[in-house]
Design a protein around this ligand. Structure first.
Ligand code: SF4
Length: 382
């Protein structure tokens, strides 16, 4: 049976022209206790968060996403702040990925040889409580200034080893079409840039942003890959599924990155449902990340053992197309490391014995390693 997705019904007291307008969604979301209370009866833990004058991270939702959170505890944990954010005990870092130390110029993070992150804006339409970039996101809530923009472009232009630019932030789809297309155009005009990625949570929290004009404009500067960020199947609604279809129908490949979060998605069935539903919508589940030790996330983080157990349970039972890669970002900028279950039982005399996902054993006779001389026309890939 084909999968179907429920609509987030527009409240009767709001005009359709407002509700389906993404900038209205951005301007009219809750930012403080009184505004959050209009959507959800706050618990004591949630309400007390707003007592502090020293909030770690701004709070913000969209009316659309708050309507989902009001009906679902898991989504609520993603978006509604709570006093636990002030309680630390485990590893807690302002910049867990060490991005500031790998930033050669403002707005650029250059950690891997052939890729850079370009932080095009610090604005998001919601502020996810587990955000890994709290040192940057939502601080100035301003557009990038011309000087920083030019310096970032100059850096990319002067490093021909950079083949891929990942537009991130903040959320780059909070920029207007005009500003976004200008950035894509400028990047596409750099000869050595092969791939552009756009990392965004807009299809999840403000799917009204994904219009045909936007998709057409992005396609013009392709190949552009859209990296979405769904964490829970209840985030997949009729509206978000239509947004994803617009993206994929315009020939823009879409991938999803999920973060393991306590009480949100740390269950095999939830990851399975999310992955299958995303794949059905032609979005490849790409990563399931261990949550970074960002400040205020102790209560949201889950153990590596739990992630490994979920991955092992899914192995073989979930189509390889739907299986996200389990990965950890090594704190302080060590980069990503992948985790895969170990199926090898023994290795001896060129023979390896494995036990597969359903317990069946078998041997693989390992052929010798041959030297292969590289044809000269591939030397640029060394
Ligand atoms: S949308 Fe992304 S950058 Fe913005 S708060 Fe959420 S996780 Fe952080």
């Amino acid at each position: 049976m084909a999968l179907s997705f429920d609509s987030v019904n527009k409240p009767e007291n709001i005009d359709a022209k407002d509700w389906f307008n993404w900038t209205w969604q951005m301007k009219n979301g809750p930012k403080n206790r009184a505004e959050f209370s209009r959507y959800i009866e706050l618990t004591k833990d949630e309400s007390s968060y707003f007592d502090s004058d020293n909030e770690i991270f701004k709070s913000r939702g969209t009316p659309y996403y708050m309507s989902i959170a009001a009906k679902n505890e898991a989504v609520r944990k993603i978006i509604v702040p709570r006093v636990n954010e002030f309680k630390s005990g485990n590893q807690e870092m302002k910049d867990p990925l060490g991005e500031e130390m790998h930033s050669p110029t403002a707005r650029i993070v250059h950690r891997y040889p052939d890729r850079v992150l370009f932080l095009a804006t610090d604005i998001c339409s919601v502020y996810c409580r587990y955000c890994t970039r709290k040192y940057f996101t939502g601080n100035d809530q301003a557009l990038i200034n011309t000087e920083e923009y030019e310096m970032a472009l100059t850096y990319i232009k002067s490093h021909p080893e950079i083949k891929e630019v990942i537009l991130s932030g903040g959320d780059p789809l909070t920029l207007s079409d005009k500003v976004l297309f200008r950035i894509l155009k400028d990047l596409r005009s750099i000869n050595h840039i092969e791939i552009i990625r756009v990392g965004t949570r807009m299809p999840v929290v403000n799917p009204m942003r994904i219009t045909n004009e936007l998709a057409l404009g992005i396609r013009e500067y392709g190949p552009v890959f859209l990296m979405t960020h769904f964490n829970h199947p209840k985030e997949l609604t009729l509206e978000s599924s239509e947004a994803l279809s617009k993206i994929v129908d315009h020939g823009i490949p879409a991938f999803n990155q999920m973060v393991f979060l306590n009480g949100v998605n740390n269950h095999t069935a939830i990851v399975k449902a999310l992955s299958r539903q995303l794949l059905f919508l032609r979005v490849k589940p790409y990563y399931m990340f261990q949550c970074d030790p960002s400040m205020g996330t102790d209560h949201l983080r889950t153990s590596i053992e739990e992630s490994e157990a979920i991955q092992k349970e899914l192995w073989g039972k979930l189509s390889g197309l739907a299986m996200p890669n389990l990965s950890i970002d090594i704190p302080n900028g060590g980069g990503k490391v992948g985790i895969v279950p170990n199926f090898e039982i023994t290795r001896e005399d060129g023979k390896r014995i494995y036990r597969g996902w359903d317990g069946k054993k078998g041997e693989y006779i390992n052929p010798p390693t041959f030297q292969h001389e590289l044809p000269p026309d591939f030397s640029e890939y060394l």
